[in-house]
Design a protein around this ligand. Structure first.
Ligand code: FAD
Length: 434
């Protein structure tokens, strides 16, 4: 019986599960495919409904996790093979090269300052650029640079200027073998590509952006230092629209996400309020099908958005957006549900709220773990009432958004992370006794 646990995915759910397990005395191997833990929460500006700074809540957890003596953090890593059963799993993990020695890098940033090559900054949703050798974001954990070989021009400057001698462009992929008693899947979500619905012009019209792009534009550590601008010419937008359910609750076969993603109503109201806080003169409208703001304090938050901040709620799902080629302003066409006529309103900026979909690579991971997925590709539970955190394989558990939109927000993901740690401890203790 192994007293060690593998956690796959270092978002807030996986971090919480790891911390709780480590505090119970388990040895935890936290495998994250990206160069830093933090997941989607690290990209958010503020969190609903309290509007607390997202990173201020998350960063201490990330640091605690990486410094915990019982946690081994394996970033840039993926699970390649799993054998065995509850109590005794043998796991093979592939660690991809960073081309920077984790033990030597101090995160000083001198390499990035001197690097001549640039590439789009994925953490900022490709708004703005980062260097070919870079820190994923200022609070990244581990605080270690990484070289993106595709954009690297092989000039060797980073190696010359690094005071710690940490750059190692010859680094090779490495395989790690782990013996664990249980596995926790916490792989979160990805976002539906809104350009799949061409009527909304995402990817064609510069001033149609996604909600995650907006999060980065509103964030003080984002690409514009927290100044909301129109991507077309950098001016401040005054009239902003949100469109809900872009790809969610959509039964069209080519879209394929008939479920409600469960958090978009709440974050759209949050972001609308944040825009009004940035610029009280702005006019913000939210196009929605139903306002699904369940949970403690959320309806009150929606009410405040209407009465205190003057946000307009329009109950309609727009059919099309068109762009004025000269001004790059946008016209939203929608059906007025009261007059039943087609109306149009001009906006400076349109924010699309896309469906949340299973994390990329979920089918391959499910195959490796031998677990089942549901009709939409989220992790299938063995019994959602009696065992709400157990996958279809004994000893493999799950938490956070990889379970699908039945939960969805940060408090739920944290609760599930803790609950999963408790469930792992219970199952391994029973196995020990048997
Ligand atoms: C625009 C937007 C705004 C939001 N605003 C709020 C808000 O204000 N308040 C709130 O409560 N919630 C908000 N949310 C929801 C919040 O982001 C989620 O609740 C939270 O991120 C879920 O955490 P998670 O750990 O389950 O998943 P994630 O944050 O997605 O983390 C999953 C992690 O697993 C890693 N991973 C994935 N696959 C693998 C693999 N195969 N191997 C290794 N690692 C893997 C990923 O890289 C990632 O680090 C918002 C969401 C969006 C999209």
């Amino acid at each position: 019986m192994q007293e060690a646990v593998l956690v796959v995915g270092g978002g807030v759910a996986g971090i919480q599960a790891s911390l709780d397990l480590a505090n119970r005395g388990f040895r935890v191997h936290l495998v994250e495919k990206n160069p830093s833990i933090g997941g989607r929460m690290a990209q958010l500006d503020k969190t609903f409904p309290t509007l607390d700074c997202s990173m201020c809540i998350l960063a201490p957890k990330m640091i605690e996790c990486s410094h915990h003596p019982n946690v081994q953090l394996l970033s840039c890593s993926e699970v390649k093979d799993v054998k065995g059963s509850v109590g005794n799993f043998k796991v093979r993990v592939l660690r991809k090269p960073r081309y920077v020695d984790e033990k030597k890098c101090t995160g000083c940033g001198i390499c990035s300052e001197n690097c001549p090559a640039e590439a789009p900054n994925a953490f900022d949703e490709n708004i703005g650029a980062r260097k070919a050798i870079y820190m994923p974001f200022p609070q990244a954990v581990p605080r270690v640079a990484i070289i993106d070989k595709e954009s690297c021009v092989e000039c060797g400057l980073c190696e010359k200027v690094c005071p710690a001698g940490a750059v190692n462009r010859e680094q090779e992929p490495e395989e790690v073998e782990l013996d664990v008693g249980a596995i926790v899947v916490a792989t979160g979500f990805d976002m539906f590509d809104p350009s799949t619905i061409p009527q909304y012009g995402y990817g064609r019209f510069k001033n149609v952006i996604s909600a995650m792009e907006l999060e980065r534009l509103l964030c003080a550590s984002g690409p514009t230092g927290g100044h909301l601008i129109r991507p077309s010419e950098g001016k401040k937008p005054r009239h902003i629209a949100f469109i809900q359910c872009v790809g969610s609750r959509d039964r069209r076969e080519w879209v394929g996400h008939p479920y409600c993603s469960s958090i978009c109503c709440k974050y759209a109201v949050k972001d609308a309020v944040l825009i009004k806080e940035h610029d009280p003169k702005s006019l913000v409208s939210i196009f929605y099908i139903d306002m699904r703001a369940f949970g403690r304090g959320f309806q009150e938050f929606v009410n405040r958005a209407k009465t205190e901040f003057g946000i307009e709620f329009i109950r309609s799902s727009p059919g099309e957006i068109s762009e004025d080629p000269k001004t790059k302003d946008l016209l939203i066409f929608f059906e007025d549900p009261i007059t039943r006529t087609v109306q149009k309103i001009r906006f400076d900026l349109v924010v699309l709220c896309p469906a949340l979909i299973p994390s990329k690579g979920m089918p391959e991971l499910a195959k490796t773990l031998n677990i089942e997925l549901d009709n939409y590709g989220f992790v299938k539970l063995e019994d959602s009432v009696r065992k709400p955190l157990d996958t279809t394989v004994p000893g493999i558990f799950c938490c956070g958004y990889c379970l699908g939109p039945k939960t969805g927000d940060i408090p739920d993901s944290i609760t599930q992370g803790s609950a999963t740690a408790g469930r792992v401890a219970e199952v391994l203790a029973a196995k020990e006794e048997s």
